[in-house]
Design a protein around this ligand. Structure first.
Ligand SMILES: Nc1ncnc2c1ncn2[C@@H]1O[C@H](COP(=O)(O)OP(=O)(O)O)[C@@H](O)[C@H]1O
Ligand SMILES: O=C(OP(=O)(O)O)[C@H](O)COP(=O)(O)O
Length: 394
């Protein structure tokens, strides 16, 4: 059982709060989207409101990436979003960081530097080993408690996620609590359970399909996006040169696994019955029987949405991951908009994935039972696996 903020005696305590505010960054270094910061407002304001001295730990990007930056801009934005005053400190551990934590007033928030500026934080450790890293031993003495609210990073075994709870009393923050409540026990949600897998991370989606079909978590898998095109190709449909190239590039060696899955569980895997292409600047929908075509298949068509809608109308739980088409283009947003709309007919609906959440925002879609802040972490739970950072708290 994981303890929550309800169990924490916060007043006066220096509380390290691991959040996931890993965000898209513009060319000028500013935040392109602050949704992940907004998600943590409840946890941080609650702790500050209860007179904790709140010390924020977070990562941004990966070493070498364009989005691998300092957390100064994140701290500025948090200062605007939170009721509590927020300051930024440019180290994460060591005497300087401990001094800044020691000087922090009750009810104030201090954002420490990007944890991944330190090499230990890009490695995976067992919790006992993580507890001995410089990052953890160099900061933990200044803290009284540790809160993990970073659900979207909870599938990682990095020191800031699994090391602190070995040294300090550990608690789940409000984001973590909500995500675990919604996704932590997928096996007990209403049946039949249908996974709708779209998007372009084809190898990941084939892994998910294999896992949930074999474990029986999924009664059916409905495919869309590049994932749908991949299963069509694996079924022997010639999509045309352009789409086949995208499928081969995105699926790689996973294509063979898709073919095997169709052999063993083919009757439970649904593939699109029509696709949308651009012809003369217009959206044209083609039945699969009329393929191949020279234009790339960029969305599912209305007949597919109708067929999937029939399945979803009799569904207990719908798990949706990945857009049904290139939703970023107006011409190809209808499949995603209409399919997600149809999924709301299911008794219980959960949605995961970074681009999927962006699609919901762009297309103004709401009304799902749970929209996860996580991509990889959500999928891990939705395939019935546990998360190392949650295990470390238990
Ligand atoms: N038919 C398609 N052809 C090319 N790209 C597609 C197609 N369908 C969806 N996509 C792309 O998939 C991307 C999102 O996929 P993915 O990263 O797997 O989603 P998530 O982050 O939600 O897991 C979007 O950028 C979208 O344009
Ligand atoms: O964005 C994240 O995960 P996601 O892409 O699965 O949503 C998390 O911040 C984890 O980042 P990472 O995949 O660099 O470890």
């Amino acid at each position: 059982m994981v303890r929550t903020l309800d169990d924490l005696d916060a007043a006066g305590a220096a509380v390290g709060v691991r959040v996931d505010i890993n965000s898209p960054i513009d060319d000028d270094g500013s935040l392109a989207d602050d949704s992940r910061l907004r998600a943590h407002v409840d946890t941080l304001d609650e702790l500050a409101g209860r007179d904790a001295r709140v010390v924020v730990l977070a990562h941004q990007g990966r070493p070498g990436g364009d989005d691998f930056t300092t957390l100064a801009a994140h701290a500025d934005r948090l200062d605007e979003l939170l009721d509590a005053p927020v300051a930024y400190h440019d180290t994460t551990f060591g005497a300087d960081a401990r001094g800044a934590v020691g000087a922090l007033d009750e009810g104030h928030v201090l954002v420490l530097e990007n944890t991944r500026f330190y090499s230990e934080e890009v490695m995976a450790f067992d919790p006992e080993v993580a507890a001995e890293t410089h990052l953890v031993t160099g900061l933990a003495p200044a803290l009284d408690a540790y809160v993990n609210d970073a659900f979207a990073a909870a599938h990682r075994s990095q020191p800031s996620l699994v090391g602190f709870p070995a040294r300090l009393p550990g608690y789940a923050g409000r984001v973590m609590e909500r995500e675990l409540d919604a996704l932590g026990d997928i096996g007990s949600t209403p049946t039949p359970r249908v996974y709708v897998l779209g998007g372009a991370k084809v190898d990941d989606s084939i892994d998910v399909a294999a896992s949930v079909l074999e474990s029986g978590l999924a009664d059916r898998v409905l495919t869309a996006g590049v994932v749908g095109n991949t299963f069509l190709h694996a079924r022997g449909v010639d999509l045309g040169v352009e789409s086949t190239e995208v499928v081969k590039e995105r699926a790689g060696e996973a294509l063979a696994r898709a073919e095997q899955l169709l052999e063993t569980h083919g009757e439970r895997i649904h593939t699109p019955v029509d696709v949308a292409v651009e012809r003369g600047g217009e959206r044209v929908e083609l039945p699969v029987e009329d393929l191949p075509t020279s234009e790339p298949a960029m969305d599912v068509g209305a007949e597919t949405v109708a067929a999937y809608g029939d399945v979803l109308a009799d569904t207990g739980t719908a798990v949706l991951n990945g857009p049904a088409g290139v939703f970023e283009m107006d011409l190809f947003s209808a499949g995603t908009a209409d399919l997600f709309e149809a999924a709301r007919a299911a008794e219980y609906t959960v949605v995961g994935g970074g681009d999927t959440a962006a699609a919901l925002r762009r297309l103004g879609l709401s009304g799902f039972d749970h929209v996860s802040t996580g991509g990889g972490a959500a999928l891990k739970l939705l395939t019935g696996q546990s998360l190392p950072a949650v295990e470390a708290l238990s």
